[in-house]
Design a protein around this ligand. Sequence first.
Ligand SMILES: Nc1ncnc2c1ncn2[C@@H]1O[C@H](COP(=O)(O)OP(=O)(O)OP(=O)(O)O)[C@@H](O)[C@H]1O
Ligand SMILES: [Mg+2]
Length: 166
Amino acid sequence: MDYKVTSVTAEQTRNWGKYLAAYLLPGDVLALIGDLGAGKTAFAQGIGEGLGVTRPMASPTFTLIHEYEGQCQGTEIHLVHMDLYRLQHPHEVEVIGVEESFSGDSICLIEWPEIAEDYLPENRLDVEILGSGEQPREIVFHGNEGNWEQRITAMIHSKEEKLGGS
Ligand SMILES: Nc1ncnc2c1ncn2[C@@H]1O[C@H](COP(=O)(O)OP(=O)(O)OP(=O)(O)O)[C@@H](O)[C@H]1O
Ligand SMILES: [Mg+2]
């Protein structure tokens, strides 16, 4: 099942990442899907903020993989932020060690995940951001397997309660 939310500004997109961070668990893998400039990095930065990452998170466009220290559910984790845009062939996914980042003490965020399709775990969360430029964005959450549905509905309900109360 897909869950959709709307974001009108880059800050709102970042905030959705921050809200989601509260529901993440060590070992999670998230595929961030969307066109150039959709807001994948903004969303990833929000997740970083929510996981207590203090170093600024720049786009890994040229370096492919960035790693940060954060906290998730009271434990120390590595937040791995990848951008596979520049890869040309699925074989390179193995060469740069994408799979090594899928570990129980890491949370892994992958921009441009399409080329790594065959290597991604089934129980990942897909986050697709539709829209670009100054258009409002639609953020679609799609959990393939696992308990993503419960986690995403809990996140959306908690956000609605906050909005309703203010
Ligand atoms: N609602 C919105 N959500 C996200 N970004 C927005 C929104 N409205 C405008 N923007 C702008 O769109 C751009 C999104 O940039 P960002 O680097 O996050 O995209 P990206 O999907 O990571 O792109 P790339 O594919 O190049 O990595 C920023 O310049 C941001 O200010
Ligand atoms: Mg990006």
